[in-house]
Design a protein around this ligand. Structure first.
Ligand code: UP5
Ligand code: MG
Length: 195
């Protein structure tokens, strides 16, 4: 996308920090397009004829990052489809979560306006994910996968947040509060940054 054609906000935070929950509220109230990289990957995994189905399923279960080519292609396609409909304001949730993705995406797709980062104690995320796992049907909402997701977040994804932070492009919010309290802060961050 050319400069100014689209606007992109990254929503980052550990597994269960509330990225999806807060993004859904912003879609309702502010008409953003919400693209969850994880949701796009899960949809691609189920798509009949996908050559990546098995790769995605294995990576998600093991809590590791799917090769960037797959994820970036899915995001780019979804963004192009939205743009055709005149929708150009994107919340990209759970991406980039590895340095190579951050660099390739900003180089080849679009530059981010800023990043909202949900800081959250691991114990809180663990309890939320185990609770959600009772009904979510997600292949990675079990204790073994959750532990692997936490490790990947610290080792692989956190450096991305530090990278954007060094550019002065991160708003850090505490996720360990009621959904509506977090949401007020999210709205304020967006208002301060992009009006
Ligand atoms: N909840 C939320 N907010 C709450 C609050 N303030 N108070 C109390 N409860 C709250 O929330 C999780 C649960 O907590 C829900 O039950 C919610 O009601 C409650 P949610 O909003 O779903 O949190 P979210 O941060 O979206 O958690 P999610 O599990 O989706 O995070 P992950 O980052 O682990 O999952 P994602 O789908 O992004 O990625 C899954 C996997 O896909 C990755 O592990 C990886 O293998 C793969 N992936 C890639 O390979 N590449 C990518 O680029 C992206 C993903
Ligand atoms: Mg999510």
């Amino acid at each position: 996308f050319k400069e100014g054609e689209v606007s992109v906000i990254f929503i980052l935070g550990g597994p269960g920090s509330g990225k999806g929950t807060q993004s859904a509220k912003l879609v309702n109230d502010h008409g953003f397009v919400h693209l969850s990289a994880g949701d796009l990957l899960r949809a691609e995994q189920k798509r009949p004829g996908s050559k990546y189905g098995e790769l995605i399923a294995n990576n998600i279960r093991d809590g590791v990052i799917v090769p960037q080519e797959v994820t970036i292609a899915l995001l780019k396609q979804a963004m192009e489809e939205s743009k055709v409909k005149g929708q150009t304001r994107f919340l990209i949730d759970g991406f980039p979560r590895k340095m190579d993705q951050a660099i390739t995406f900003e180089d080849q797709v679009a530059t981010s306006a800023f990043t909202i980062f949900f800081e959250c104690p691991e114990q809180v995320m663990l309890e939320r994910l185990l609770e959600r796992g009772k009904t979510s049907g997600r292949a990675d909402d079990n204790i073994e996968s959750i532990k692997k997701r936490f490790r990947t977040f610290i080792e692989t994804s956190f450096p991305v947040i530090e990278y954007f932070d060094k550019q002065g492009k991160v708003v850090k919010l505490q996720c360990d509060q009621p959904v509506d309290v977090v949401y007020e802060q999210v709205q304020k961050a967006i208002k301060d940054k992009i009006g």
